[in-house]
Structure formats: structure tokens, C-alpha cells
Design a protein around this ligand. Structure first.
Ligand SMILES: CC(C)(COP(=O)(O)OP(=O)(O)OC[C@H]1O[C@@H](n2cnc3c(N)ncnc32)[C@H](O)[C@@H]1OP(=O)(O)O)[C@@H](O)C(=O)NCCC(=O)NCCS
Length: 188
């Protein structure tokens, strides 16, 4: 599986622009992730802008230190008004033609189909340009919005890992989800 010429390009949907994430996005993303509700089912907490800037700068390499994985990250902006809504990301393992995917949106953007729209573009890009054949996701069993989103996108539940993680001192059980991408047409 060959990496595309631009591994992490700008992507467009009818209502959204997915910009390749850069250190310069730290301020808008710190604002988007400031609400504790974002982190209810995640081990993370509202981040400091400086910490995000450092993390985003490190991620600009777009690869794992050993080169085995591509680490792809986008900041999701509303085309109308230009607000930063959140992020979508993919960890691609080219040798296996598979990718882990993840997504986080600010609460003001929830419930309007933005996550489904952004993820449809991401999955189309991964299938069409990277040749990814299987997308994988992990989700806390209580995270109904994320479960609904995955099932809406066509993901199938494949497993349950009790105590997969700790979230603020309490165990988090996780479902595993998979989506075969063979039949998915690449989106524009
Ligand atoms: C998960 C998340 C990205 C969903 O974003 P969203 O933009 O609200 O999702 P969408 O509007 O595209 O909705 C997708 C589906 O989920 C449903 N949904 C949205 N919020 C829901 C909720 N609180 N409970 C149940 N279903 C919900 C929608 O109705 C829609 O289903 P439908 O198309 O059948 O109507 C968002 O809730 C979020 O960022 N949460 C915090 C971070 C997080 O938990 N990330 C996932 C980690 S695995």
C-alpha cells in the first residue's frame, strides 16, 4: 500500500472544511475542547493551549517514530462562519491496510450531523487515496452518541473489552467496531 503524495490534505464536505492540523490550531482547539462534557467518556481533560501547541507540533511529522504508522489529523471548520468545531484523526497502518479512527467535536456543534459528515469524508479519503480496507474504532460502552455515529456510518460491533481504560479513576469498558471499506466509493 503506497502513501498518497499528500498524506494529510485539506478535505471538503458540503458544510465543512477539514484542515490538516498544525501547531497554529492550538488556540482554536483549546477553546473547542474546553467544555468538560467533551471528555465525559475520554481519559483526557480540557487541554491547555501550550500543551496542545507542543502536541500538534510533534504530530506535524505525520508518522510514528518507527515509520510504521501514519498519524493523520484534521481540524474541522464550519464553512459558514469559520468556527473550529473539533478534530478527526486516523492512525493508518499501511502494511495491514487498516486505520484506527477517532473524532471529537465541541458541544455547540453536536447533534447536527457534523461528525457523520466529517467522518464520511475521512473514510472516503482513507479508502480512495490510502487504500485502507478496514477502519477500526474503540468506544466507551456508555458513549451513546459515538456508538450511534459509528453504527450510522456502517461500523459493526466486534468485541467488548472490560476495563480497557481508566477515566478519572473509574474503569472504562470499551466496544470495538470495524468497517470494511472495500465497497465504499472515494468521496471528492
Ligand atoms: C461523538 C460525537 C463526535 C458525535 O458528534 P455529532 O456531530 O453530535 O454526531 P452527529 O450529529 O453526526 O450524529 C450521529 C448520530 O448520533 C446520534 N446522536 C447524537 N448525539 C446523541 C446522543 N447524545 N445520544 C444518542 N445518539 C446521539 C445522532 O442522532 C445521529 O444519529 P442519526 O443519524 O441516526 O440521527 C460528539 O458527541 C462528541 O464529540 N462527543 C465527545 C467526544 C467523544 O466522545 N468522541 C468519541 C470518542 S469514541
Amino acid at each position: 500500500m503506497q502513501a498518497p503524495q499528500d498524506p494529510n490534505p485539506r478535505l471538503f464536505t458540503p458544510r465543512l472544511t477539514l484542515e490538516p492540523q498544525q501547531a497554529g490550531h492550538a488556540a482554536v482547539m483549546a477553546a473547542a475542547l474546553a467544555d468538560p462534557r467533551v471528555h465525559t467518556f475520554l481519559p483526557s481533560s480540557p487541554p491547555q493551549e501550550g500543551d496542545l501547541r507542543e502536541r500538534f507540533a510533534r504530530l506535524e511529522t505525520r508518522t510514528s517514530p518507527d515509520g510504521a504508522e501514519a498519524w493523520l489529523n484534521w481540524v474541522v471548520f464550519a464553512r459558514a462562519g469559520g468556527a473550529a468545531l473539533g478534530t478527526v484523526q486516523a492512525t493508518v497502518r499501511p502494511a495491514l491496510a487498516e486505520a484506527d479512527v477517532a473524532y471529537v467535536l465541541a458541544p455547540f456543534a453536536w447533534g447536527q450531523g457534523y461528525a457523520a459528515e466529517a467522518m464520511t469524508a475521512l473514510l472516503g479519503f482513507l479508502a480512495g487515496e490510502w487504500g485502507v480496507r478496514e477502519a477500526l474504532a474503540q468506544v466507551d460502552t456508555r458513549n451513546l452518541a459515538s456508538i450511534r455515529l459509528l453504527e450510522r456510518l456502517g461500523f459493526r460491533r466486534t468485541g467488548l473489552t472490560p476495563r480497557a481504560d481508566m477515566i478519572r479513576g473509574r474503569p472504562s469498558d470499551e466496544y470495538s467496531y470495524r468497517l470494511a471499506l472495500d465497497s465504499r466509493l472515494p468521496l471528492g
